[in-house]
Design a protein around this ligand. Structure first.
Ligand SMILES: Cc1ncc(COP(=O)(O)O)c(C=O)c1O
Length: 376
């Protein structure tokens, strides 16, 4: 079976884990610190604005509290969003307001967002679909005009930039996932970026019970270091030195991962470009970069599901991301989202990961062409 997504881990990660075992410290420690420093530099930012946590979903949930979003406030998100984004808003008691997206990039545009702004709107929870950068100039201008907070879900945008600046560093908060199916993986883990350093400080406490003092040896209280105070009823959501060890090794491989993914992307572009029944991903603007997380095609003949089944029967696994939130009965949101509906009914994510061989990609292309000959 050719997987749709797949991590690439090796001996380097294992060796680093062994060192962590030897150190006798597997909790949050120096390696987490090192990874925060490394990732902050990667973003072109500073450690004073970057914090790790145990998963990107935690970042989504915590963003509500950290950005001061209250129950009853409206939060706008593209209907094509990760389920954790919807849950984060609803669990906060806030109102999830959905907007439509561009039918080809599946990203929300300023014009989609502006249509659903009301006096109660407090924030935009933006998704950079598959790491494709949203148009941040127009979205940030809109957010400024209406005094809205911007939270950027860049779960898959580990190397994505907009006009030379890392996505996730435009808004009040940005977040990246390092879960098992992403590009840089560590099992579970995430990085958060804060435009405001003071918010990062509050977030650090929030993600550790709201503790005002550090625990154990790090506590500066000379006597009775077990006493503490809290500033909020915070969570406990941190990375640890085991996951950070993996992340640090994966980070070294990131340029190679990007090269490989770009090569797969190019190969599909060239090998499928002549199929009239299929739309390929739109080129990224010259002043932006993507992370090549998805290679999403769109059938023009309504045969997406048939194509997915045909490929699965040929041992090629594909999927569609993300099921629109307005179709999830549990959210109880209705409305017209024509582009999102089109995308949800016609988009298919082809196998895309850094371990795909030329033979694998040739097999994918061959099977798609065969499907075309038989059914299109
Ligand atoms: C767009 C998006 N946001 C957030 C997440 C959550 O990431 P995590 O698994 O690290 O919680 C995911 C995970 O698939 C995602 O795809």
């Amino acid at each position: 079976m050719i997987n749709v997504f797949q991590p690439a881990l090796g001996k380097e990660e294992l060796d680093r884990i062994e060192k962590v075992f030897d150190s006798n410290w597997i909790g949050k420690g120096k390696l987490v610190d090192d990874f925060e420093e490394t990732f902050a530099a990667h973003l072109g930012s500073t450690k004073s604005r970057v914090l790790t946590t145990n998963c990107c979903s935690e970042g989504l949930f915590s963003s509500m509290h950290l950005c001061g979003i209250q129950p009853g406030d409206e939060v706008i998100l593209p209907t094509i969003s990760f389920v954790g984004a919807g849950n984060a808003v609803c669990a906060n008691g806030s109102k999830m307001v959905l907007c439509d997206v561009d039918r080809r990039t599946l990203n929300a545009r300023a014009e989609d967002i502006e249509k659903v702004i009301t006096p109660k709107t407090k924030a935009i929870l933006l998704l950079h679909f598959g790491g494709i950068p949203c148009d941040m100039d127009s979205i940030m201008a809109l957010a400024d005009a209406y005094h809205l907070k911007v939270i950027e879900d860049c779960a898959a945008g580990v190397c994505s930039t907009y006009k030379g600046k890392a996505v996730g560093t435009f808004g009040d908060m940005g977040m990246w996932s390092f879960d098992a199916m992403k590009i840089l993986v560590c099992g579970d883990g995430a990085a958060l970026h804060f435009r405001d350093e003071e918010l990062r400080e509050r977030a650090e406490k929030w993600l550790y019970f709201g503790l005002e003092t550090k625990s154990g040896y790090e506590n500066s209280v000379a006597q009775k270091w077990w006493e503490f105070d809290i500033s909020s009823f915070g969570h406990r959501a941190v990375m640890n030195d085991l996951t950070a060890a993996i992340a640090l090794e994966q980070y070294k491989k990131l340029p190679m991962f990007m090269q490989k993914r770009a090569a797969v992307h190019r190969f599909y572009d060239e090998a499928l470009g002549d199929l009239e029944w299929l739309d390929l991903p739109e080129p990224i603007p010259a002043d932006c970069t993507t992370s090549y997380y998805f290679y999403h095609v769109q059938t023009k003949n309504g045969k997406r599901d048939q194509l997915a089944k045909f490929l699965r029967d040929h041992d090629i696994y594909t999927t569609y991301r993300y099921y629109p939130l307005h179709r999830v009965p549990g959210y109880g949101v209705t409305g017209k989202f024509e582009n999102a509906d089109y995308a949800a009914d016609n988009t298919l994510c082809l196998p895309m990961h850094q371990s795909l061989s030329l033979e694998d990609t040739e097999r994918v292309v061959e099977a798609i062409r065969q499907f075309g000959k038989q059914y299109c």
